[in-house]
Write a protein that binds this ligand. Structure first.
Ligand code: GLA
Length: 385
């Protein structure tokens, strides 16, 4: 985003501030290539930080007040010394991040800022985590404000303990730690991660947005977590060393099924999805894109049939994509229940996919899609104002 746009927005929102002291921070959204609903099961994920970002232009103040204005003119704020309870509005994500950094005993300062985001809201591209990570960069003078993994954990703590959504580490991790032209394979138990370079000369990364609201997303999301915990509890009766679905193997699944068929299906998805992450990394590194395509297809089918988090719109987008020559891999990405698919597409076939989706998706669903051709970017940071 152009600094001039941010400068104008800041001047319009706060006519009295000294624009010479303006600073700009930004944090990316993400697509997850594979490893869905595995992060909160101590498993593996493979997200990519993308060039759709949340931006905050701000001036630091001497007071302890944080005042933020959005692109649509909405205005809200909070006092760093009296953050209080969530108010069930957009400010909660920003206040929650300040609360979480405060819990760590870190120095924060007041500010007047504008928050402009390129990440579509509710599209499953992690606009919330991007806003939280950008906020942390704005609230602290240290660079980075905190080691990137610690920052991601602080954002997760804000989501879990301030907002009350039991989300995993993947989204803030991708936003804080992203690397250019690469996906990141994260072990959500050890927190070790490594970059997996993407073949972005021959292939484009494309997100197709269902533009369908996330129906029941947070209640269904929390329900999936509870079902995973139920599966672990059943296995642990015979195998006390099992602490999470990360430790469960296929031969343990029948015992879950005797007691709880839903929990067995959820567990089977997670066990196999973790295997698929390792296989996808191997295939990407060896340039075996046909294998990547097969693994994406298996992941989507498993999320549809075993984990039950896809939607007719997501299934339609994947079916349209895989029937389009030059699309090598397609699956839903993120929590599901709406949101986006992620696609790996031969560069020469991107327009073909766009046309196919624009023609067939509205006919099948009555909705207008959106299509984003993405770059893989670095994590959050401050840029020249
Ligand atoms: C959401 C959560 C993540 C992760 C995904 C599903 O994006 O925020 O932590 O659980 O869903 O993989």
């Amino acid at each position: 985003m152009d600094a001039a746009i941010l400068r104008t927005a800041l001047r319009d929102a706060f006519p009295d501030v000294d624009l010479a002291t303006m600073r700009i921070v930004r944090a990316p959204g993400r697509v997850n290539l594979i490893g869905e609903h595995t992060d909160y099961n101590d498993g593996f994920v493979l997200p990519v930080a993308i060039d759709l970002r949340a931006w905050i232009a701000f001036v630091r103040t001497r007071d302890r007040r944080v005042e933020i204005v959005l692109g649509d003119g909405a205005r809200d704020g909070f006092d760093l010394d009296a953050i209080g309870e969530p108010r069930h509005g957009w400010i909660d994500r920003l206040a929650g991040m300040a609360w979480s950094l405060g819990e760590l005993g870190l120095d924060l300062h007041g500010l007047r800022g504008v928050l402009l985001s390129e990440i579509p809201m509710g599209a499953g591209l992690s606009s919330s985590a991007a806003i939280e990570i950008a906020m942390a960069w704005a609230l602290r003078d240290e660079r980075p404000p905190l080691a990137p993994m610690k920052l991601a954990l602080a954002a997760q703590h804000a989501e879990n303990s301030f907002i009350g959504v039991r989300s995993g580490l993947m989204d803030p991790f991708a936003s804080a730690c992203g690397q250019r032209d690469a996906a990141l394979m994260l072990d959500c138990r050890s927190l070790d991660y490594r970059a997996v370079p993407l073949p972005l000369d021959p292939y484009a990364l494309v997100a197709c947005d269902t533009r369908a609201p996330h129906r029941l997303e947070s209640s269904e999301y929390n329900a999936r977590r509870a079902q995973c915990e139920a599966a672990v509890e059943i296995v642990a009766r015979a195998h006390p060393e099992v602490r999470s679905l990360r430790d469960v193997t296929m031969d343990m699944l029948p015992a879950i099924g005797v007691i709880d068929q839903v929990a067995r299906r959820r567990a089977e998805h997670v066990v196999r999805e973790n295997e698929r992450v390792a296989l996808a990394v191997e295939a990407l590194e060896a340039g075996r894109m046909d294998s990547v395509g097969r693994l994406f297809a298996e992941s989507h089918a498993s999320l549809r049939d075993l984990y039950e988090v896809t939607s007719p719109e997501l299934d339609a987008l994947v079916e349209i994509a895989v029937a389009t020559p030059g699309v090598v891999a397609s699956r839903m990405t993120g929590a599901g229940f709406g949101g986006c698919t992620v696609n790996i597409v031969e560069r020469g076939a991107v327009e073909r996919l766009r046309h196919a989706v624009e023609r067939e998706y509205p006919a099948r669903t009555g909705r207008q899609p959106a299509i984003y051709v993405l770059a893989a970017t670095g994590g959050a940071g401050e840029v020249a104002a």
